[in-house]
Design a protein around this ligand. Structure first.
Ligand code: AGP
Length: 619
């Protein structure tokens, strides 16, 4: 998830406006920045690694001449943060004649790159984006009968159209070129793109916050559309057939602060709503890294997963996935306990899978270091390309959640689960532990998870808001689940504690009778996570135990699960037919929303909970 912005001004200098607008998109990515402008038939570019507050000053970015320009603030997905990998990207010509900025993931970039290299193209960066610039350049070359032949206006547009038609994946792209210096062409598929219109200037951006201080007239670009910006006019065309799309600007009545949250009150709520998109992106991870991780796991004599907090809960859930699907025993370990628990036993035959969205959590890195010193193999799963974890890992995967601003992890948790479940399914396939039919069914169900999460948020949010109002004064909560849902229960408990400050306890439901049930009295709230899996029968017994002692029971259960619905005080329904090993992804979403609305009910700030930091870089 990156931020793109650009403009065609009637007068004045584009660079300072681009700089200020990228600053408003910083929450989308902040590891490198770049701008390209066109002036007097020349293309000017400045880009570097670093934050939007630093790079422009060092590079005097605002001095770039010209009233036309495009810019980018990056959240690295392909290629670590560096000056070369920063956007804009170019074709082969030097100095460059085409500049491209892009937000999204080009899934088939490796194939396109290979094809272009065979045709003599030389690539500078490790990014997926650069293929777009080379494709356009290649298209222009093919159209030009001779190198110096003039390019007609349609040629540039045709070259961009043809190039975009070859892309698979998510993208919001903007291209500017010396072939047609007074034009910017944009295209969109899945990644957000909005135009800002005012009487004498045109803007495009990844998101409303960037255009709002400049105009409140916005045009939302849809999937499969191409936009041509030129001379104060914009034209939208369908990529598939070039047909013109008429669309009137909408008036936006948000404050810039509201806009950064896309109209949501808090980043946490926005990030909960972003999960379908993020999970879809995890399903686009580069095959080669998942295959490499699967190979290492398959060869391992011992697999220890280390992490903290929410990431540890993802590891715990993964241990059920690996065991149930691929018959691989794994040890999920809280990183701060690793040195004591495994420090002496870890060895050259051990594989450590370290999971950390920030990639900078000190306890997790210390566990990795302790294992590395004993020759263990280090694998990583993170959300931050270029983070320390990526540098100490033999192989790592990036989970594609984009930056998470809310301190409480939400979208990064469901993305971690999505990646880990893909690894477990691949390993099962590799080991022939499940039939091809089962694999196909799991793949089919996995592909449906984003829509299911979307439906939960759309259909259950109001109900969870009401439940929070009903239970807001409760002093303590139990979160119970069996099997893989124990991990979901732990995560639900952590969310409620960290943002609403309600003391809560989570344990495997089977443990109730061994002590915790003594706390139960009339009205004591107990949340059960009840997917219809192999634990259902015994879980129903646990619900009855709690009800018999007066507990108020909330169940997260499958839609239409009458047996459970009639036993409990309140229930939240989840779409049916979700395989057990994938259940933590959709079943945790109501718990995220419940915690969020409990925090609101109790007057807490969900984004900045007291005493916590987004990344805990101290041991
Ligand atoms: C979760 O909401 C918390 N922010 C915290 O427990 C977090 O999961 C933990 O600090 C691990 O962070 P990491 O994934 O960046 O390593």
């Amino acid at each position: 998830m990156c931020g793109i912005f650009g403009c065609i001004l009637k007068n004045g200098s584009a660079a300072p406006i681009i700089h200020a607008s990228l600053k408003r998109l910083e929450y989308r990515g902040y590891d490198s920045v770049g701008v390209a402008t066109i002036d007097n038939g020349k293309l000017f570019v400045k880009k570097d690694i670093g934050k939007i507050d630093d790079v422009p000053t060092e590079l005097n970015l605002d001095d770039l001449p010209g009233r036309i320009g495009i810019g980018h603030t990056r959240w690295a997905t392909h290629g670590a943060p560096s000056q070369i990998n920063a956007h804009p990207h170019f074709g082969c010509s030097d100095p460059p004649r085409i500049a491209v900025v892009h937000n999204g993931i080009i899934e088939n970039f490796a194939d396109l790159k290979r094809e272009l290299e065979e045709r003599g193209h030389v690539f500078r960066s490790k990014t997926d984006t650069e293929v777009i610039a080379h494709l356009i350049e290649d298209g222009l070359k093919t159209q030009k009968s001779t190198p110096e032949a003039a390019v007609s206006s349609s040629d540039f547009e045709k070259a961009v159209t043809d190039a975009v038609k070859r892309l698979q994946g998510s993208y919001a792209i903007a291209v500017t070129s010396l072939e047609e210096p007074d034009k910017i062409i944009c295209a969109r598929n899945e990644s957000p793109l909005v135009l800002g219109i005012n009487e004498d200037s045109l803007y495009f951006a990844s998101d409303i916050p960037a255009v709002l201080p400049l105009t409140n007239k916005a045009v939302f670009v849809e999937n499969g559309e191409l936009v041509i910006l030129k001379n104060g006019e914009f034209q939208i065309k369908k990529l598939v057939d070039g047909s013109i799309v008429a669309r009137e600007p909408k008036l936006i009545d948000w404050t810039p602060e509201m806009a950064e949250k896309q109209g949501y009150l808090h980043f946490m709520l926005k990030e909960i709503h972003e999960q379908p998109h993020c999970i879809r992106d995890t399903l686009r991870l580069q095959d080669k890294y998942l295959e490499l991780l699967t190979t290492f796991l398959d060869r391992s004599k011992e697999v220890i997963m280390v992490a903290c907090g929410t990431s540890y809960h993802a590891c715990l859930a993964a241990s059920y996935m690996f065991s149930k699907l691929s018959f691989l025993a794994t040890h999920p370990v809280i990183a701060s306990e690793f040195p004591e628990q495994h420090g002496k036993s870890v060895n050259i035959d051990s594989t450590i899978l370290a999971v950390s969205q920030s990639g900078e959590t000190a306890d997790t890195l210390a566990a990795v270091e302790a294992a590395r010193l004993r020759a263990a193999t280090i694998l990583g799963l993170t959300n931050a390309v270029g983070s320390t974890l990526t540098r100490v890992s033999r192989v790592y995967a990036v989970q594609q959640s984009g930056p998470e601003i809310g301190v409480a992890a939400t979208k990064t948790f469901t993305s971690q689960l999505s990646v880990l479940s893909q690894l477990a399914i691949r390993l099962a396939k590799k080991r022939g532990k499940v039939s091809q039919e089962e694999i196909d069914l799991l793949d089919e169900k996995t592909a449906k998870i984003p829509d299911i999460v979307e439906k939960i948020v759309e259909t259950q949010e109001e109900k969870l808001k009401a439940l929070a109002k009903k239970y807001r004064d409760k002093k303590c909560f139990f979160f119970l689940g069996r099997g893989i849902s124990y991990a979901t229960a732990l995560e639900g408990r952590l969310k409620l504690m960290e943002i609403a400050y309600v003391p809560s306890i989570a344990f495997p439901a089977g443990e109730s009778k061994h002590g915790p049930i003594s706390l139960i009295e009339s009205g004591f709230p107990v949340i059960f996570i009840c997917p219809p899996d192999g634990t259902r029968k015994t879980l129903i017994g646990n619900i009855m135990e709690m009800k018999a002692r007066g507990a108020s029971v909330i169940a997260i259960c499958e839609e239409g699960d009458k047996d459970i619905m009639k036993m409990v005080d309140d229930y939240i329904e989840i779409t049916s037919g979700i395989p057990e090993v994938l259940s933590p992804i959709p079943y945790v979403v109501p718990l995220q929303l419940f915690a969020y609305y409990m925090a609101i009910e109790r007057g807490c700030d969900p984004d900045m909970p007291r005493n916590l930091a987004k990344s805990v870089t101290v041991k």
